[in-house]
Design a protein around this ligand. Sequence first.
Ligand SMILES: Cc1cc2nc3c(=O)[nH]c(=O)nc-3n(C[C@H](O)[C@H](O)[C@H](O)COP(=O)(O)OP(=O)(O)OC[C@H]3O[C@@H](n4cnc5c(N)ncnc54)[C@H](O)[C@@H]3O)c2cc1C
Length: 330
Amino acid sequence: MNELDTVPEDRLNPVNTQTWANGRHLVRCVKVIQETHDVKTFCFMAQTPIMFFFKPGQFVTLELNIGGEQVMRSYTISSSPSVPYSFSITVKRLPKGVVSTWLHDNLRVDDEIAVHGPVGNFNCIDYSTDKALFLSGGVGITPVMSMARWWYDTNSAVDMKFVHSAQTPKDIIFLKELELMASRIDNFELSIICERYDIGESWYGYRGFLTKSLLELIAPDVLQREVYCCGPTPYMKAVRAMLADIGFDMSRYHEESFGETPPAAIEDAEESAELALIAEEIPQTGFCVEFADEGMSVTINDSETIHAASTKLGSTFPRLAVWAYAAPAK
Ligand SMILES: Cc1cc2nc3c(=O)[nH]c(=O)nc-3n(C[C@H](O)[C@H](O)[C@H](O)COP(=O)(O)OP(=O)(O)OC[C@H]3O[C@@H](n4cnc5c(N)ncnc54)[C@H](O)[C@@H]3O)c2cc1C
């Protein structure tokens, strides 16, 4: 008898497993991991086994029904395609955040959800290198963790420096795994920076914010590295300013924005006022959104979402928006 014929149907068989492609997929939650006090990782597999190949750094968009309404949110795949039978997303619970709180409170093992993807230009395949500098803040660690896991698991010779900023020691996501990686290979160097530590917490690492001098101390050869950055808007703004200041070639700088604008991010009152002035100068009837596929565009009003724009084009599949600008009055 052929050995393959003896494999029970519910066992994984890497010889004949299909791979997924960009599209809509139904996936089953198979594991929920509490990473920190407000961050959980959700692992998914397909009902019929599929290999989830993607470019490390890419994201999926979850399609959920919450309170009778369809809501969609994007989450980076935090796992690596080197572990292809499942993929994970790592979600920070935002107070009053519709989807993140719903996922934390409701999504359980065996629940099935729909995801779209994988997509995204922020990845370490299209922008590969021999020397990488990962800079992440908070939950912005997810795409760079996927890249680091990929290069680690595939025994790559890429020289990696991983610099992560967290608010306090208890907010450090994936700490044990990062320390394990750093302890096992020479080409992975870890630096963690904590903004502060609370009473009763001990912290022997860097303290405060990432500054230009700290960056130069951690990565004296920063100018020779490819930089992959993801974090809160003010963090990425500060990183760009630091790199510009030291004459970094910004064509080697790559970033992912999670698109959030918490009140703290609107710290630059002058910039906000400037944007408001520009908006006032252009009489607008809404926003024009252009999509990557088929060069389609549609106008939405300022209370509608990009997903609404995608749906207006007659598709339930969220298209990749490449450009949104004020639509001039007719
Ligand atoms: C490409 C991409 C990748 C991403 N990857 C990740 C990832 O890996 N992990 C991750 O955690 N996130 C990721 N995000 C962000 C994610 O898509 C969501 O934006 C995030 O989880 C918040 O969604 P939400 O529905 O919980 O919050 P929303 O309901 O959209 O609320 C957004 C913000 O408004 C605040 N808010 C809402 N209602 C109120 C109210 N009534 N009063 C005061 N404040 C309010 C919320 O607290 C929150 O800060 C990614 C985003 C993108 C675009």
